[in-house]
Design a protein around this ligand. Sequence first.
Ligand code: KG4
Length: 339
Amino acid sequence: MIGLGIETSCDETSIAIVKDGKEILSNVVYSQVKEHEKFFGVVPEIASRSHLIKINEVFEKALEQVSLSLNEIDYIAVTTRPGLIGSLMIGAQFAKVLHCITNIPIVDIDHIEAHFYANFLERKESPTYPFLGLLLSGGNTAIYRVDGLNQLKMIGNTQDDAIGEAFDKAASILKIGYPGGPVIEKYAKNYYNRDNQESFFGKILKDSQEITFSYSGIKTALLYLIQQNPQIDRNKVCYDFQETCFELIIRMLKKAIIKTNIKHIEAGGGVLANQRLRELLNHLSQEMNLKIYYPSNKILCTDNAAMVATLGYYYFLNGYRSNLDFSVSSNSFYKSLNS
Ligand code: KG4
């Protein structure tokens, strides 16, 4: 079965063609990073316009890379939530027009759920449940309990900034580049293996009974640190910032594992591209005897349409078809356990 995936929820325009939910035939990603760089963050209107300009070219490239015609595609899977409204609309409308021309059924997809299916795609395995979904990206920092297709319950969320957003803002304060994640990782690496001095952010993490994240405090602490010490060692600041941000992830993940007794974790989102985070997760996996998965291919960590096509495959197999009057939403449908 052949699926066409469309992803335009934020600042990547992506179209992919995936066979049987497991084999990527093409996965074209146009990243808008250069367009947002000078603003140190994604500007929604620039993002929407860029999707509009690029989507046809991305679509043509995705088709060119496979020797298939449109009438061999069985379903179109498109991200309709959560994300930037103007950006989502471009992908959603593109899917609707394709449907009008070809009559190929559409499956509307929640981007959060799709991130976890990037792992099944890469492992070429069918999903098994339950698992904990750990999503760490520019827009989300959350842990979900996943009991099946369309059965996600949020069990932990950020109270303010997402972790990727915190990395981006920290790099902007430090004036070291955009996006912040890779550049902070690079500076932090320069500090590894030095005699470990006390962390600049030593006391910032408070103990909490709840599974909850917060990154605005550390971002503000970093701002004051730089204002008061303009000549400070950037490498150590980045190292301490990264370690503190990840310590919170590991603490909360441990809590979620203990609370749910689920030892199978599927992680996704752009921050999973970070080598240090991968090391910490691998260490936790050994310590607690867990199965933790994240995409080894960094393209599958960040936003991409292959994961959308893969999740669409399982919905399509289950008989799900979207009504054509579907809309888009800035919010995910998957809310907290208490709501
Ligand atoms: O999944 P993604 O494409 O989502 C959104 O656009 O929301 O992730 C992008 C985020 C950015 O905030 C970026 O700074 C972060 O992922 N990121 C990283 C790394 N590579 C990307 N964060 C930490 N370390 C990295 N190596």
